[in-house]
Ligand binder design. Structure first.
Ligand code: FES
Length: 128
């Protein structure tokens, strides 16, 4: 019934551990995907029967909003041209080497928390 609009969250960050409170559990029912913006980062959240998965919300094809796509089994389907990614791995369904970043999640206090550490080796970053 409701429209899919990005949920913007900025508070409740536990920077010591890297875990960030992303959204309330009831904001993403089982079988659906949502776009969530956490600390300025666009994420796609998928709720499968057995839990939540968080991956990069920007499609690697042409930047489509994956969080506004649909969930088919364990795959999110990009709303622009239909590329499909396994939400449990971030891998493109036909070309597994094409891979989105993913982040671990945990449930706490009725909310989903995301470990927003960089897990993709593709993102080189200078550390001083
Ligand atoms: S932008 Fe996602 S399939 Fe083209």
């Amino acid at each position: 019934m409701g429209t899919k609009s990005p949920m913007e969250m900025s508070g409740a960050t536990n920077l010591m551990s890297g875990w960030v409170r992303a959204f309330a559990v009831e904001d993403c029912p089982v079988g659906e995907v949502r776009e969530v913006i956490v600390d300025g980062q666009i994420l796609a959240v998928a709720h499968l029967d057995h839990g939540f998965y968080v991956l990069d919300g920007i499609c690697l094809h042409q930047g489509g909003p994956l969080g506004r796509g649909t969930l088919v089994g364990c795959h999110v389907v990009c709303p622009w041209h239909g590329w499909m990614y396994d939400v449990t791995t971030g891998c493109h369904s036909a070309s597994p080497t094409v891979k989105l970043s993913t982040w671990p999640t945990q449930l706490r206090d009725g909310a989903v928390w995301v470990a927003l550490r960089r897990t993709s080796p593709a993102h080189g970053h200078d550390d001083h």
